[in-house]
Design a protein around this ligand. Structure first.
Ligand SMILES: C[S@@+](CC[C@H](N)C(=O)[O-])C[C@H]1O[C@@H](n2cnc3c(N)ncnc32)[C@H](O)[C@@H]1O
Length: 259
């Protein structure tokens, strides 16, 4: 896993899928939950910096909940298709530009809200992932919040252990991803920010990654299958909130910087 290969991978994804939401995540229902979880927490006077925002699909939706959205991504093609999507949506309060999560110095202290979804997992070295966290934290203005969704090692292993118990094969990690250990992530966040909330998607993982494949075997589950759609409704209703948190690979950290 090296940076050039990862950049080429995202350029190719953008070229293939253009402005489609699946360009940055195959499971578009899980992606919609991420977007909703952050959208619900934005304020109308927020200026949001979305780092690694891909083709701006999420940014365009969040722009309806806040004042401005500035999307940064290191894939030239993602940025180009992001611009196209912004123009097509007529989203006058969204801008996109090329940039790296490791070089955010120009944005330091300027944003009341900063988001970053599944981007640090694309950095090959642990030290770089932690430096990326520092860069994100530094962009948050006093009184502002960081919305961070990254993949964690422990729940990913727990989900695969559950699958194994049910005679399902382990889900392999994509070659371009490196999950973070929970403790290292949280300790680094807490150097600068306060963790206010941890929002999990555990019930969605349980239903889509464990129950769904069992129900449709020997067929393969599809990302937009009925079970996943009902799992989305269940997450939205909050009826099993937190009960499967230990298998939620993705977690939303809502962090604040004191005034
Ligand atoms: C898994 S996608 C996530 C995209 C988007 N945040 C979403 O919610 O779907 C990872 C994105 O991060 C971008 N990326 C990877 N490494 C990056 C880096 N070092 N700096 C900025 N963007 C990066 C990729 O180009 C890609 O668009």
């Amino acid at each position: 896993m090296n940076r050039n290969d990862i950049s080429a991978y995202w350029d190719a994804k953008a070229e293939a899928l253009k402005t489609d939401p699946s360009a940055t995540m195959k499971d578009v229902i899980l992606r919609s939950l991420e977007i909703e979880a952050i959208g619900r927490r934005l304020r109308t006077d927020d200026d949001l910096l979305d780092v690694g925002g891909g083709n701006a699909f999420a940014g365009i939706q969040w722009a309806q909940h806040c004042r401005t959205v500035h999307v940064v991504d290191f894939s030239e093609k993602m940025v180009a298709y992001g611009r196209e999507a912004v123009a097509a949506a007529g989203a006058a309060n969204v801008q996109t530009e090329r940039g790296s999560v490791l070089e955010l110095e120009n944005f330091a202290g300027r944003f009341s809200a900063v988001s970053c979804i599944r981007v640090l997992i694309n950095l090959p070295e642990r030290e770089e992932q932690l430096r990326g966290l520092d860069q994100l934290a530094a962009c948050v203005a006093p009184g502002g919040r960081l919305f961070l969704i990254e993949g964690l090692e422990e729940p990913f292993a727990a989900m695969n252990a559950m699958r194994k118990t049910m005679d399902l094969p382990a889900i392999p990690l994509d070659w371009h991803n490196r999950l973070l250990p929970r403790q290292a992530l949280e300790q680094r966040l807490e150097r600068e920010l306060k963790i206010e909330e941890r929002v999990d998607f555990g019930e969605y993982y349980f239903l889509s990654r464990v129950l769904h494949p069992l129900l449709v075997a020997p067929e393969e589950p599809t990302f937009q299958g009925r079970c996943n759609q009902e799992a989305r409704r269940l997450w939205q209703a909050g009826v099993a909130q937190g009960r499967f948190a230990d298998i939620s690979t993705l977690v939303l950290y809502v962090c604040s910087r004191p005034k």
